[in-house]
Design a protein around this ligand. Structure first.
Ligand code: ATP
Length: 264
């Protein structure tokens, strides 16, 4: 079924574009011919009923599926402006993950100090200069809205932070390597409403420095945090457009049924 894609009248610059993207778990085709723009410094929400392929699609962007045998991509995801196809076999997935980082559903700090968690990616990249590391860790923790809470205990174990603080730490860790895109896979589903509110606020702030793709089950959250929304169903992109339009005047009945809770 062709997707209903409504492009904005004055589209912002493109950051990425999925073209004819299929994805297979072995013989099972989980994504079917997805074409979708991702706009720079905007938040794009992926919504749809359980099992429709939101996480599968998100994980294509940083080649997470490469970690398991039998998974296969067809089609492309081009990054702009350099037009690199992140799915192409000649492109190193480690390099892709430096450019496109991910924040998971459950906060997953390493069993290391707060400082070491944030410095990790920088050290993997070969940064050894202590002053540079300290400056970048501070900037990333500020970006993650956590600096004021942890600046006097950077050597404490990260796992001793609260759930909401741990998730902000994971965002700071993702920001530290200056990625171009951050992928969020239901980042607040393990958090209470207050911690959820602070993560949503943070997403609204970091989009000024990075492009965001977010999977969420929470319709209010999609409406609050995103600029664009993609509604997926059974591995297909059904509808894509500006979030206000998708929520206020969706073009497809399937989209309307889902967002009004009549389906899914
Ligand atoms: N590792 C896997 N091996 C085989 N099939 C898988 C695997 N992971 C997911 N799938 C299947 O791919 C389809 C899409 O799953 P995916 O997790 O992307 O959906 P989702 O929309 O993110 O769902 P949810 O909202 O429940 O997290 C589903 O039919 C699922 O059963």
């Amino acid at each position: 079924m062709p997707s209903t894609i409504t492009l904005p009248q004055n589209p912002p610059p493109l950051k990425a574009q999925a073209k004819d993207l299929d994805f297979y778990y072995g013989d099972f085709k989980a994504l079917k011919g997805i074409n979708m723009p991702v706009y720079e410094n905007k938040v794009t929400a992926l919504i749809g009923p359980s099992g429709c392929g939101k996480s599968t699609f998100l994980r294509c962007f940083n080649r997470m599926h490469d970690l398991y045998p039998g998974h296969r991509y067809d089609g492309s995801i081009h990054l702009h402006p350099d037009e690199v196809d992140v799915l192409h076999k000649s492109v190193d997935p480690i390099e892709v993950r430096m450019r496109i980082s991910m924040v998971f559903q459950k906060p997953n700090p390493f069993p290391k100090s707060i400082f070491e968690n944030v410095a990790y990616g920088l050290k993997v990249r070969g940064e050894k200069n202590r002053t540079v590391l300290e400056d970048k860790v501070e900037a990333a923790l500020k970006g993650g809205a956590l600096w004021n809470e942890v600046k006097d205990r950077l050597d404490d174990l990260a796992v001793n932070l609260s759930g909401g603080q741990q998730q902000r730490l994971c965002i700071a860790r993702a920001l530290a390597t200056d990625p171009e895109i951050i992928l969020f896979d239901e980042p607040t589903s393990a958090l209470d409403p207050i911690a959820t509110g602070s993560i949503e606020e943070l997403v609204g702030e970091i989009k000024h420095q990075v492009t965001v793709l977010i999977v969420t089950h929470n319709m209010q959250q999609a409406a609050r945090v995103s600029d664009y929304t993609a509604y997926m169903y059974l591995g297909e992109l059904m509808e894509f457009g500006e979030t206000n339009d998708i929520f206020m005047k969706p073009k497809r009945k399937e989209t309307e049924d889902y967002i009004t809770g009549r389906f899914g």
